[in-house]
Each structure stands twice: as C-alpha cells, then as structure tokens.
Write a protein that binds this ligand. Structure first.
Ligand SMILES: NC(=O)c1ccc[n+]([C@@H]2O[C@H](COP(=O)([O-])OP(=O)(O)OC[C@H]3O[C@@H](n4cnc5c(N)ncnc54)[C@H](OP(=O)(O)O)[C@@H]3O)[C@@H](O)[C@H]2O)c1
Length: 300
C-alpha cells in the first residue's frame, strides 16, 4: 500500500528548493518567474526561444537568483529528459514543477488543419502530463513536491472558436483533480490555475485581434501563482470576477450556454478582424513590392 507522507498545506520553503517553470520566455511564465524572486529559489527556466529566455534570466540575475535556462521543446521526449537530467546534475533535486507552456489557436473546427490540432494537444496536455510523469518519481523519493498546472477558465467555459484548446485545458483540469488524490499520499500537491483573459503573446499566437480582446495585466496573477508554492490550492481562478461567473455556469446550464455563446461570438469577431488585418497587410506589402519593381525597371 502507498505510504502517506506528511503533506503540509503550508510547506516550508527555503533557498535550497528548485522550481522548474516551462514557458518562461514570455507572458505569464516570465511574470511568475519574476514573482518568485522573493522566495529566493533556484529557478529552472524552459522555453524554445533562446533570446527571450535569456532575457528572463538576465532580469532574475539582477536579483541574484540562481538560474538554469534550458532551451527546449516540451513536446520533445529527448528535451524533457535533458531538462530533468540537467536539473538533477546541477541542483540535485526538483521541488516544484510549474507546467505553464501552452499555445492557443482560435479557429473553426471545420477549418482547423490537423497540424494545429496536434500542436494544441501535444503542447497543452500531452507534454504537461509527461513532464509531470518525469518529475513525480523524484518528488516521491524526496517525500514532497508541488505541481502547478496552468489550465484556463475556458476549461469551464467551452467556446466554439477554441474547441480543441478548450478540450486540452479541460483535460488539464480533470488530470489535476484526479491525480491530486493519488499524489497527496506521497506529499505531492497539485494546484490548477484557471486564468481568464490576460495581456500576453497568447492572443497574437492564437490569431486574435488584441483590440477586441480585453485582458488583465499579468503581474497580480503571477503573484497569486507564485504563492501556490507555499499554499497549494486545488483550483485558483483569476481574475476574481471570474469566480462567480464559473460558479454560476456549473449550476445553471442554460445560463452557461448563453454566456459561452456570447464569449464565442466575441472571440470569433476578434479572429475575423485579425484575418482581415493580415489580408490588408499582405496586399499592402504586395503593392509596395510592385512599386519597387516598377521603380527598378524604370531606372534600368
Ligand atoms: N493569456 C491568457 O489570456 C491565458 C488565459 C488562460 C490560460 N492561459 C495559459 O497560460 C499559459 C501561458 O500563456 P501566456 O498567456 O503567457 O502566453 P505566451 O506569452 O504566448 O506564453 C506561452 C509560453 O509557452 C511557451 N511554449 C509554447 N510552446 C512551447 C513548447 N512546445 N515548448 C516549450 N515552451 C513552449 C512559450 O515559449 P517559446 O515560444 O519560447 O517556446 C511561451 O513562453 C498557457 O498555458 C496558456 O494556455 C493564458
């Protein structure tokens, strides 16, 4: 039978603790890395874009934080193994895993290319489960650990232009809710974060027009996520205004349908506006190219 470790809901946190944060090159991951400074941990930063990752590292170095930056793709098995091996060689332990790396793609399901579906599922859920699977044996040996998974409020507000994204984020929530019960026996806590809309690169990468998406600043959210390392919480919903909204939608299905449809329509308008903007930019670029060709030809 499993041993029941002394799991503390308010675990002692000291400077020897090692935290991995995936997706630390921008947005929420970068902000959480900076919010963790006050705990003085050893911080392992993971992302694919080296320049941006090193920028996060340089900001942390100013606060004298010990960091290890690993350029890697969480979808890649070799990269995941490299991440765990390098951390164990460098710091000898892993205390917290913040599974933050993720992508969004706003698209109509009928128009969605298969590669986009693969990218969403592989990044948002498969990699998150596999990263967790790679670190929990280490945490189990240590007798303690802390997993923080970044889901989304869209896990509970399923909207049509984000169908596959919503499915992945809902899987993140269900995975957390179920595995939490098993892992607590080993002193490992699992928190799930369900953010509403925030101002990050997420909207641009998702293919949305920023002007039509109202998002909050990430700093306050980042501080709340950082607090989870000492005070784990099953589900953290932010901004606070989303708490009653999500509560009502779990109880009243007709309200849920109405509200999710309204949000979906808003997202779809932002998606269409972005497509229009991209088309306009493309045609302007073509016009410019034609002008240059004509100019060159006239000169000749
Ligand atoms: N912003 C929002 O409104 C919002 C709302 C709800 C939930 N979320 C969730 O919050 C998390 C962070 O998103 P964000 O808003 O901060 O967006 P973001 O600025 O686009 O950040 C996404 C991060 O994930 C990393 N990433 C993506 N694919 C990766 C891969 N295959 N391997 C390694 N790293 C990868 C990116 O780094 P590289 O590109 O350098 O690899 C980047 O650092 C995501 O899980 C997202 O779904 C965001």
């Amino acid at each position: 039978m499993q041993k029941r470790a002394q799991y503390s809901n308010n675990a002692f946190f000291d400077k020897s603790k090692v935290i991995i944060i995936t997706g630390a090159s921008s947005g929420i991951g970068k902000a959480v890395s900076l919010a963790l400074v006050k705990y003085k941990p050893k911080l392992v930063l993971v992302a694919r874009r080296k320049k941006k990752l090193l920028h996060t590292e340089s900001l942390l170095k100013k606060h004298k934080i010990k960091t290890l930056s690993i350029v890697g793709d969480v979808r890649n098995r070799d990269d995941r193994m490299k991440i765990v091996d390098l951390i164990l060689k460098t710091f000898g332990r892993i205390d917290v895993l913040i599974n933050n790396a993720g992508v969004g793609k706003a698209n109509l399901f009928l128009e969605q290319p298969e590669e986009e579906i693969d990218q969403l599922i592989e990044t948002n859920i498969l990699s998150l489960i596999k990263m967790t699977h790679a670190v929990v044996p280490i945490m189990e040996q240590q007798g303690e650990g802390n997993i923080i998974n970044i889901s989304s409020s869209l896990a509970m507000l399923p909207v049509y232009p984000f169908a596959v994204y919503c499915a992945t984020k809902s899987a993140v929530k269900v995975f957390g809710d179920s595995v939490r019960q098993e892992l607590k026996n080993y002193g490992i806590s699992v928190s799930t974060v369900l953010p509403g809309p925030y101002k990050t690169e997420f909207n641009k990468i998702s293919g949305l027009n920023d002007k039509l998406v109202n998002g909050s600043e990430v700093d306050k959210l980042a501080r709340k996520i950082a607090q989870l390392i000492t005070k784990p919480k099953n589900n953290l919903i932010r901004p606070k205004s989303f708490i009653p909204l999500l509560w009502i939608t779990t109880r009243f299905s007709s309200f849920k349908e109405k509200i999710t449809f309204q949000i979906a329509e808003q997202i779809n308008r932002a998606r269409l506006a972005n497509l229009k903007k991209l088309e306009l930019e493309k045609s302007l670029l073509k016009e410019k190219e034609t002008e240059i060709t004509v100019e060159v030809k006239t000169k000749i």
